[in-house]
Design a protein around this ligand. Sequence first.
Ligand code: SAM
Length: 269
Amino acid sequence: MLLDLRPVTSDLRPKKSLGQHFLHDRHAIARIVAALDAEPDDPVVEIGPGTGALTKPLADRFARLVALEVDERAIEVLQAELPGLDVRHTDVLDADWAALAAELRAGEHGLTVVGNLPYYITSPILFALLGARRHLRRAVVMMQKEVAERLVAEPGTKAYGILSVQLQLWARPSYLFTVKPGAFSPPPKVDSAVVALDFSDIEEPDVDEDRLRNVVRTAFGQRRKMLRSSLKALAKQVPGAIPEAMQTLRPEALTPTEFVKLTQALFDG
Ligand code: SAM
């Protein structure tokens, strides 16, 4: 299907405080829409439509599209350019994904999410999506390249950390492609990248999420220290202990699955 990639024209002055870097590279826009890998009747939610660089081709393709935007000026532009678009004045961090999924009749299939994210809240958005994963099918999101690299990082690397462990346990992240600053107006200071997160058919680990998060955050909070030292205080408060073989390891040495085992050993004894 041919997409109409003529950009929405607007002289909206970008607000730095809202992370507004409007995408104008047609090639990148077309690749993001294609990467959704969704059918025309799939329900789609766009995070931060701005002046509609992605929204327009999305609206051409998907009948059930909802866009969540905080900037009222952008909403006005969108409503003028794309009458009929369901754009809501909502902070994405307050979004009720369960209600959206029900309203858009996403059913078992789940929602498809897309967005050129406001970079100042990339991590909170990623954690919100993880929390909502039961209602989601796939997310295709643009973020800082450095954060994208963390999502897919392997144990033992510098980029491996909290985001890698949690995203790799509860989703399947894949790094799709890099986007240079010149693709945006105004250009951001850093390279960007588009990442896909798949939420379907994930074998959920048998572990309490809050406990795992606590262990991972505490361990990476002092990433240069051995686990026996960084987790010392936590280990005193729980019935179990750090397995012998893990005592002298640093957190980046543990795979996401080993973090599950460590959490089980600490909390279940
Ligand atoms: N999608 C547009 C594009 O690609 O050109 C704009 C992307 S711009 C990087 C991020 C967008 O997210 C802006 O339109 C901004 O107003 C919006 N935004 C910022 N904070 C938000 C929030 N908390 N909830 C929803 N949208 C937000």
